[in-house]
Design a protein around this ligand. Sequence first.
Ligand code: PGA
Length: 261
Amino acid sequence: MSSERQPIVSGNWKMNNNHFEAIQCVQKLAYLLQKEDFDAVEVTVHPPFTDLRSMQTLIDADQLRLKLGAQNCHSEDKGAFTGEVSPVFLGKLGVHYVIVGHSERRELFGETDEFVAAKVAAVLKHGMAPILCVGETLAEREAGVTLDKVKRQVGIALEKRSNEQVKNMVIAYEPIWAIGTGKNASPADAQEVIAAIRAEVASVASAPAANAIRLQYGGSVKAGTIADIMRQPDIDGVLVGGASLDPTEFARIVQYRRHAF
Ligand code: PGA
């Protein structure tokens, strides 16, 4: 973690928590987190689409410092795309961050690198920041092609973006074999891949963009594992799935500095 880049901890709820449960979860989280936590760490929560309006209302009414996120969006502003959600709509709901190209979207719903790149462009165009997910399968890791794959994913997503746009993005390195499995990449392995992602950003965009962009690790992050991850020089935050559903555990993840350094 670098002192110039603000750490960012993001909770990806996936297809969990209806809008009543979402309100309870966020109220509990807001109670557990203090001003000093929000001063130190940017905290984003990514509920299902149907929860966004309720959460926006709660965040506004209680002036919470949590940032609202979404888990996906379409690349077009509007049109004949039954069942899809426009980035314009997300912007109107006070969404700051949109997860783009999560491995579950790529693997289960067939999203290609090109479609993911179009979504990155759309999210930025509407004043939000993408959290672009990249990562390898176990077979790819064992075949030694991890770096080739993540560099290709990053390159295609960033190639048409301006330096200013890239600076505002977040990239999450999520090894697919570590998601929801309880298995972690070791902090050193995560650092190696994330350093390679930063180098790729420098070559596709620029050195200042690579220095500004924030890079997260994701995959079975828990309160007990985050401190060692955040000690790595290129890791600026974490994208948390399962552990973000429990406000007590997620608050402890956000508060990693209190029990770690
Ligand atoms: P996990 O999910 O923390 O449950 O492994 C991470 C993610 O998919 O973003």
